[in-house]
Design a protein around this ligand. Structure first.
Ligand SMILES: [Ca+2]
Length: 366
């Protein structure tokens, strides 16, 4: 089904994105397009930047223009370059206008392997919409959902930040070194004292250089950051402080030396915040978990992402406990919490709020 017929010279980043995907994929053409109601007067203004993805810790990217081609092809269910160009330029308002070379350079735009960005187990035009939205507004779930609903005017797509993070955040199985002042385009190389390369960063996230696999920095080893950091500070690696650095040993780079024992740099597991999924949750809602009758307060949500209320730490909802959502949800539905369905709710126990009750055994949320 998957036919990697891309021309690498046109856009190797896209090719690697699609080829590198180890997640469930399917050809777009194998699905009946679900997005056929896109009106002819969208207001998308598509910039050039695109968005980065991570597969198995390896960073790759797709431009908004390429994502627009895939979205247009799936939406129109055509690989006709003229129709795709018309949609992209007239409806999506691509600037500068899309060219036929950009369409044909992708091979058959109906046959890329698009990942299941929505996480519903099916690959279809909804996933192409998420990809396009992400390439335009970035990886924030609220912005993506807002763009899809408000600009693309496609109903019924609501992706959670957790789901998106599995694509847009570096793989948690990678290992990291925190280096203050690290630039987004930096490369970090770990070498032995003789210069032999031990590991090379695959990407950068904030001040963290990310590597695909664990490694050990031997005595005399170097951590080399290119380009150089303007005002380098000591760094901490696996609890060891490397305070020796200079910008002269490797011109154009900053070099940290390990003059102590070998340092193991192992995997880092990103903490997963406990969440409760509540359909109809508003972006500004607060969710409070309490004991019987409203006290004590056991947990309060720290943020909302899509339909997910996010909490800072695990907790247990006791028998008779309440989950209180403020403001109230207009048409509350049963919710599932750690596999238990809480089907009893009302909007009267706590006026202005929707309250779900746990009338079963204690439920652990972690
Ligand atoms: Ca999907």
């Amino acid at each position: 089904m998957f036919q990697p017929n891309f021309k690498p010279s046109r856009n190797s980043a896209l090719g690697s994105l699609l080829l590198a995907s180890s997640l469930a994929v399917a050809a777009c053409s194998a699905e009946t397009p679900q997005v056929t109601q896109v009106p002819p007067t969208l207001t998308a203004q598509v910039p050039e930047e695109g968005v980065a993805f991570y597969y198995d810790g390896v960073k790759t990217s797709i431009t908004a223009r390429d994502a627009a081609v895939l979205f247009a092809a799936c939406t129109l269910n055509t690989n006709d370059a003229a129709k795709i160009i018309s949609f992209a330029n007239t409806t999506l308002k691509l600037q500068p206008p899309l060219t036929s070379a950009e369409v044909t350079g992708l091979g058959d735009p109906l046959k890329p392997a698009i990942s299941d960005f929505t996480g519903d187990g099916t690959v279809n035009c909804s996933d192409a919409a998420v990809l396009f939205a992400a390439s335009v507004v970035g990886s924030d779930a609220n912005k993506i959902n807002g763009f899809i609903a408000g600009t693309l005017k496609i109903p019924g797509i609501n992706v959670s930040q957790t789901q998106l993070d599995s694509f847009f955040r570096p793989a948690p199985s990678g290992v990291r070194i925190t280096i203050p002042g690290l630039s987004a385009g930096a490369t970090v190389t770990v070498t032995r004292s003789d210069g032999t390369v031990i590991a090379t960063s695959t990407s950068v996230s904030g001040n963290e250089a990310i590597f695909a696999a664990p490694f050990t920095i031997p005595f005399g080893g170097q951590i080399r950051v290119t380009p150089a950091i303007a005002s380098p500070q000591p760094i901490s690696v696996s609890g060891f402080t490397l305070s020796v650095f200079d910008n002269t040993t490797n011109p154009g780079s900053t070099t940290y030396f390990n003059f102590g024992p070998p340092i193991n740099v192992g995997p880092v597991t990103l903490p997963v915040s406990p969440q409760i999924t509540i359909p109809g949750l508003s972006a500004s809602a607060t969710v409070t978990v309490t004991g019987v009758g409203g006290s004590p307060v056991i947990a309060t949500s720290t943020s909302v992402s899509g339909n997910e209320a996010i909490f800072a730490a695990p907790f247990t909802i006791p028998f008779g406990g309440q989950i209180r959502v403020t403001p109230a949800i207009a048409s509350p539905q049963p919710i599932s919490v750690s596999g238990f369905t809480l089907s009893v709710f009302d909007n009267t126990t706590n006026p202005g709020s929707t309250t779900y009750f746990n009338f079963g055994p204690p439920i652990n949320v972690n």
